[in-house]
Design a protein around this ligand. Structure first.
Ligand SMILES: NC(=O)c1ccc[n+]([C@@H]2O[C@H](COP(=O)([O-])OP(=O)(O)OC[C@H]3O[C@@H](n4cnc5c(N)ncnc54)[C@H](O)[C@@H]3O)[C@@H](O)[C@H]2O)c1
Length: 352
């Protein structure tokens, strides 16, 4: 049985059985369906989608797995393949994968022949709860996160928890960071419910994914192009993206959600230093992150480099670093420009 999440910029459907997607697809007038996967989702998820269906007319494009491949080079490969397959404006590109696949697939679809339709079938917790929702597409450039991208809503997002069965536990927790973020910025009850859970696994996380996706839809409906309130979804990401960029450039093994988890703590501490978040609320945020994520500490000598990376953040204005900061669990503000000293002090708190 499928269930719809209310989202006006695009549809989002939670489904038990991926074969429902084919029923839906038949209603679309497309000359070609082309499925984009990475090497893991090709192996683990594509057979699930193809099960029981005659799909000889469907082509697939495969890219290497991981953030390191969310680049213009990979886009070149995807566009070459679309060209080889003679994709037209009447074709449908289906991104079947985690946030890397849905981000790059959406970006490639948005500019190929000035835009071909894009469907998201997210296969990680992170992509189901967050990345595939809302039509932000993007790629990294010179290790800077998502600096090239478009707003391009997919025609639909199909969230099928069955895909998560093959996801490693580390990836389940990786996605938890964005769900915790959604609770902190907009839903105190969700946060409190999560506080009551000692450990998340593939079976217990599904209802939280649905709640997070629904919160994101509600926020995006109010501000599809991030002119205002949508900025609160960036909580944890100004610091988190800087950490992720630094680690990526060093070849360190750090996942997006793991970087965001530390970003959530650093930015909560900035809010505390600015008098926006009291000690008790800060401590609850730190506790939930530390319960589920390995403690990541950064070196004191990296603070300057991290702040330098934050100067490239897309939300900045007038050369000042912009943050979205909690004013209590369930409440968040945006367009806050703390001093470099405050940012530095907050990071220092989590250094070795
Ligand atoms: N557009 C947005 O609004 C938005 C929001 C949040 C994050 N993001 C982006 O999302 C990306 C992170 O997404 P992610 O964590 O899903 O990363 P990912 O796409 O790299 O997936 C993580 C890993 O899991 C593998 N995988 C995916 N599905 C699987 C499955 N069902 N079984 C087994 N393995 C599977 C992938 O091959 C990959 O190795 C980042 O690039 C981030 O910037 C975008």
């Amino acid at each position: 049985m499928s269930e719809s999440i209310s989202c006006t910029t695009h549809n989002a459907t939670i489904c038990d059985d991926p074969s429902e997607i084919w029923v839906w697809l038949k209603e679309w007038n497309t000359d070609q369906v082309i499925i984009l996967t990475d090497e893991n989702t090709q192996k683990f998820c594509l057979p699930e989608v193809w099960r029981d269906h005659n799909v000889q007319h469907i082509h697939s494009i495969v890219i290497p797995a991981g953030e390191l491949y969310k680049t213009l080079d990979t886009c070149g490969h995807i566009w070459d393949e679309l060209h080889r397959l003679r994709a037209s404006r009447n074709s449908l590109l289906v991104s079947l994968g985690g946030g890397v696949v849905t981000d790059i697939g959406g970006f490639c679809a948005s500019v190929y022949k000035r835009g071909i339709r894009h469907l998201c079938i997210p296969t990680t917790v992170l992509a189901q709860a967050d990345a595939a929702i809302g039509g932000k597409t993007g790629i990294d450039h010179r290790f800077l996160k998502n600096v090239i991208g478009t707003f391009y809503p997919p025609v639909d997002v199909w969230i099928c928890p069955v895909f998560l069965q093959t996801l490693p536990q580390r990836q389940i927790i990786n996605g938890l960071a964005e769900i915790i973020k959604h609770g902190i910025i907009a839903d105190r009850k969700l946060f409190e419910k999560m506080e009551g859970v000692d450990a998340f696994n593939v079976n217990t996380i599904a209802p939280y994914i649905a709640s997070a996706a629904s919160i994101k839809c509600t926020i995006i409906d109010r501000d599809p192009k991030e002119q205002g309130v949508r900025k609160i979804l960036n909580y944890g990401h100004t610091a988190g993206h800087a950490i992720e960029s630094m680690m990526l450039s060093r070849g360190e093994d750090l996942l997006h959600g793991e970087a965001i988890a530390l970003g959530i703590k650093i930015e909560a501490r900035i809010a505390h230093l600015l008098g926006k978040l009291d000690n008790q609320e800060l401590s609850r945020i730190e506790t939930i992150i530390d319960r589920h994520f390995p403690i990541l500490q950064i070196a004191r000598e990296d603070i300057t480099g991290l702040i330098d990376l934050m100067h490239h953040d897309k939300k900045n204005s007038n050369l000042k670093i912009s943050f979205s900061l909690p004013e209590g669990i369930g409440d968040c503000t945006f367009d806050v420009f703390p001093s470099v000293e405050h940012i530095s002090n907050a990071i220092e708190y989590y250094t070795v």
